[in-house]
Design a protein around this ligand. Structure first.
Ligand SMILES: [Zn+2]
Length: 278
């Protein structure tokens, strides 16, 4: 599953080649959308919202793509061979200069302006942690409505805030010594604000690429815990654990020693785990 910074990088890569460009021809396999109707139109804007990529057309329609686990956007100069089979191309937009190809999407829709405005899921998305400006206090307020949730699930809930996937979830919670199974209610507003500021900083840093990292020492390791189950924690040597979390069974990597609940302040209300704070 791509993280929010993946989609922002994709948007940044596509903009110079597509914005203001006329789509000469458009097609795709498996009839995801009426691709040929895009031909003759100009891409007026490209937007990343969390893990969603939006290509706005000059006639008010919007191409909405979500990559899911397998999707990816590629750019190919005409005549260059593709890295994936053509039958995996759900959408191909050809301009005078190149082809933009969306392979293996989870979601691909062509929305009218009315459908875009009323889009149920897009409308419910929380603030994007990589938006140019963001009021992180409004993100904290959203999390207060999810006080009962384990924090490892809440940070992945794109209706609370957009952009955090499995990798950032694991890394952020490790960096803040947070037990992924503790409730949002365990944390005061300042602690949450601190967590979102770190998320935004790391994702902004990684927009530059080339390889995502949350570690800045010289030992070559890019990530603290993600993908390292069974290996020693870089800080304490304890084996990094992997657990499944939430209804979708998302993977969480964590160090049971460094992310021990007992090391943090917990609320005095003994019933907080059973309470629904909404
Ligand atoms: Zn550790």
């Amino acid at each position: 599953m791509p993280e929010g910074d993946t989609i922002h990088r994709t948007a940044n890569a596509l903009r110079p080649w597509l914005i203001g460009e006329m789509v000469r021809s458009a097609w795709g396999w498996d009839d995801w959308i009426d691709a040929p109707s895009i031909a003759g139109h100009v891409v007026s804007a490209i937007e990343a919202r969390g893990k969603h990529l939006l290509l706005h057309l000059d006639d008010g329609r919007t191409v909405h793509g979500h990559s899911g686990m397998t999707g990816s956007w590629h750019i190919y100069p005409h005549g260059e061979s593709w890295q994936k089979p053509r039958r995996r191309a759900a959408l191909v937009l050809e301009t005078n200069l190149l082809s933009v190809v969306f392979f293996n999407p989870k979601t691909l829709e062509l929305l009218t302006s009315a459908q875009f405005r009323r889009h149920d899921y897009l409308a419910r998305l929380g603030p994007d942690l990589l938006a140019e400006t963001i009021d992180l206090n409004s993100v904290v307020a959203r999390f207060r409505n999810a006080n009962h949730k384990p924090i490892g699930e809440a940070v992945m809930d794109q209706t609370l805030c957009c952009g955090i996937g499995n990798i950032y979830k694991s890394e952020l919670l490790f960096l803040k010594n947070i037990d992924p199974f503790s409730s949002v209610a365990d944390f005061d507003d300042d602690a949450l604000l601190d967590l979102f500021e770190l998320a935004r900083d790391l994702m902004q840093y990684n927009l530059q690429g080339p390889k995502r990292t949350t570690r800045f020492e010289g030992d070559g390791g890019k990530l603290w815990v993600y993908g390292r189950s069974g290996q020693p924690c870089f800080l304490c040597g304890t084996e990094v654990h992997i657990s499944r979390q939430g209804d979708l069974g998302r993977t969480t990597y964590w160090c049971p020693q460094c992310q021990d609940r007992a090391e943090r302040q917990v609320p005095t209300n003994p019933n907080y785990r059973d309470s629904n704070f909404t």
